[in-house]
Design a protein around this ligand. Structure first.
Ligand code: NDP
Length: 258
């Protein structure tokens, strides 16, 4: 068997949070193209359903949508129950849903702080925990959490202390779960993308106004594309990565390299 065949995910079942659009949608497509069946998990059920129908048609895989708020333990448990009812097992969890609020630390309200931490850090904890519980019973599985280059640097000029703190938390959460579960067959890794052209940036005028400024600093002088993260997650999801756990993978066009 050649290396490309060895990297395929045929027969594997998974879910992607924040899968309706952006990075989640792009990675979910790649997981399906590699042979996995995937649940598109998102708050926005209309968009998630559209994405799931399109992806099923495009790839011939079993893809369905589940409405879930990742900050709710009940929602997350119900989502995992639906995935198990449909697929019978869980091999891949891409815990990716996230938001950003750009407010200076001195002005940030408790509600704004809590919202970002709840979605980006608690949401990843709840979804990875629920996935881990099933995968430990199975004796196998791969969890990939979306952190950010903001876990490694403080972005400028936009203020985003809660986002940066939440993403740094995702990396330590990932490492902690990886160590606790290292002998169970369950691997846990994170990815740290640089600026990627999704609605998170492109639908926010206060951020699109900064793209030229970021591109001046970034050595590649451009935003990344969601599809430039696909192969990394497919690799981490598959059995070829069996010795890779507790690591964070930066894909940022060298933004944090200097
Ligand atoms: P998008 O805003 O394009 O997509 C995020 C998706 O997550 C949306 O569909 C959104 O649904 C969903 N979502 C938000 N909150 C929740 C929730 N509580 N429960 C379930 N789903 C939710 O963002 P990206 O694709 O760019 O971002 C994906 C991840 O990548 C995030 O964690 C982000 O922090 C991270 N990241 C992004 C970078 C970038 O430059 N774009 C860089 C580094 C990391 P809805 O429409 O209903 O809000």
């Amino acid at each position: 068997m050649g290396i490309i065949e060895k990297m395929r995910l045929d027969g594997k079942k998974g879910f992607v949070t924040g899968g309706a659009r952006g990075i989640g949608k792009s990675v979910a497509l790649a997981l399906c193209e590699a042979g996995a069946d995937i649940a598109i998990v998102d708050m926005d059920i209309d968009e998630a359903q559209k994405t799931a129908e399109w992806m099923a048609k495009e790839t011939g895989q079993d893809v369905f949508a589940v409405q879930t708020d990742v900050t709710s333990p009940d929602d997350v448990n119900q989502m995992v129950d639906q995935v198990l009812a449909r697929f019978g097992r869980l091999d891949i969890a891409f815990c990716n849903a996230g938001i950003c609020i750009n407010v200076p630390a001195v002005d940030m309200t408790f509600e704004q702080w809590k919202k970002v931490i709840d979605v980006n850090l608690t949401g990843v904890f709840l979804t990875a925990q629920a996935a881990g519980r099933i995968m430990i019973k199975q004796g196998s599985g791969s969890i990939i959490n979306t952190a950010s280059m903001s876990a490694h640097i403080v972005n400028v000029p936009q203020p985003q202390c809660a986002y940066n703190a939440s993403k740094a938390g995702v990396i330590q959460l990932t490492k902690s779960m990886a160590v606790e579960w290292a002998t169970t067959g369950v691997r846990v890794n994170s990815i740290s993308p640089g600026y990627i052209g999704t609605e998170l940036i492109l639908a926010a005028p206060h951020l699109t106004a900064l793209i030229d400024e970021w591109n001046k600093i970034g050595p590649m002088h451009r935003l990344g594309k969601p599809e430039e993260l696909q192969a990394l997650v497919v690799y981490l999801a598959g059995d070829m990565a069996s010795f890779t756990t507790g690591s964070d993978f930066v894909a940022d066009g060298a933004f944090t390299a200097f």
